[in-house]
Design a protein around this ligand. Structure first.
Ligand code: PMP
Length: 361
């Protein structure tokens, strides 16, 4: 048993049983005499690993047959460019800016066409999700881009906008955390390093009809059509990350799937928000109905106490609780692999810290 809990926003905690399996397979994969990271990506063994990973993900997310699942590289950041380079056929797209990564995606896309930010929550430092009635979206766009969970600011969509154009979603920080209907989206992308596995793998789930056309200037390597045709083997894929992702998908399947995980995630987040709401010492500025169940930012009454909190929590084995520089304070990232006990231990620490320090305030 490891004796720390890792609250990092990503790369983040992985299930211990997955890490143990990785350790076992590392030297000799299933008795083949080779390490799992030494296997040719074109060989039978890796082919099976990759196929299993895809099939498990399809089952977990209930991905319909008219969607391709691609295992790519370059992180969500590369998708900020790949999405417009592939999909901007008419040259027009709408973006909703609900955080730093949404803003980066919007800014990147502006290089490629007529890109408009149709709604933003910047006026209140991204502490809420703006209302998105159908009439705020323009006609004749190629797609609408949203970010389902805002890792830095701790907000999430509870329902997705109904759009005429295909909905493209950066799901990096809450993929597989709750049940979502893939049919609502034209394209979903996510970096793996939160709910899926090690950094290096980027998952793209794309409706097949969106693959058929691509803008003329899209580089071959970035074309979804290239990757779909070559079954994500156009060049050497991130083999190790795909293998670990397969193990995480098995773990999640054995846990009972996404619905069961959703219940646990709401339970965990509920414990933490109850602790924050019942305290006069801690504050969280996110609007209640838009609170993320993956990333929970909070502050103490002063910057000095925030610093003390981070230092002392680390000494108590509660790692990486320092908030992002754009928000300050603390942030607890409680992805799928964070056990309930980890959240309970954090709450115990928070309550003890409050008792010890509230006289100073
Ligand atoms: N989008 C979101 C919502 C994120 O949380 C992150 C990473 N924290 C990114 C994009 C960037 O991902 P990557 O580092 O994989 O490019």
């Amino acid at each position: 048993m490891r004796n720390v809990y890792n609250f990092s926003p990503g790369p983040s905690m992985l299930p211990e049983e997955v890490l143990k399996k990785v350790q076992k397979d590392f030297l000799d994969y299933n008795g083949c005499g080779m390490s799992v990271i030494e296997l040719s990506h074109r060989g039978k063994i890796f082919e099976e690993i990759s196929l299993n990973a895809e099939n498990l993900l399809r089952k977990l997310m209930n991905i319909p047959d008219n969607y391709e699942v691609l295992f790519l590289q370059g992180g969500a950041f590369l998708q900020f460019e790949a999405v417009p380079l592939n999909l901007l056929i008419k040259g027009k797209a709408d973006y909703v800016v609900t955080g730093n990564f949404a803003k980066r995606a919007f800014e990147e896309a502006q290089k490629f066409g007529d890109i408009v930010c149709v709604a933003s929550s910047k006026d209140k430092n991204f502490t809420y999700i703006p209302k998105l009635p159908q009439n705020i979206f323009r006609d004749g766009t190629d797609y609408v881009h949203i970010t389902s969970n805002n890792t830095i600011f701790g907000t999430k969509y509870n329902s997705f906008p109904k759009t005429k154009a295909p909905l493209v979603c950066d799901m990096s920080s809450n993929i597989l955390s709750e049940v979502m209907d893939v049919n609502q989206f034209g394209l979903i992308y996510a970096g793996a390093q939160k709910n899926i596995g090690p950094a290096g793998l980027t998952i793209v789930i794309i409706r097949k009809n969106l693959i058929e056309n691509t803008t003329k200037n899209c580089p071959t390597m970035l074309k979804y059509s290239t990757q779909a045709k070559e079954k994500s083997l156009y060049n050497t894929p991130p083999c190790f990350s795909i293998y670990v992702a397969k193990l995480v998908f098995e773990w999640l399947t054995n846990f009972g799937g996404v619905k069961k995980m959703q219940e646990q995630n709401y339970y965990k987040a509920g414990l933490l928000y109850d602790c924050l709401d019942s305290s006069k010492f801690y504050k969280t500025s996110v609007v209640k109905e838009d609170r993320s169940i993956m990333n929970v930012p909070f502050t103490t009454p002063s910057v000095a106490l925030d610093e003390k909190f981070v230092k002392e929590s680390q000494n108590a084995g509660l790692m990486f609780l320092k908030g992002h520089r754009l928000v300050g304070g603390m942030r607890a990232s409680i992805y799928n692999a964070m056990p309930v006990e980890g959240v309970k231990k954090l709450i115990q620490f928070m309550q003890a810290f409050e008792l010890k320090n509230k006289v100073i305030v």
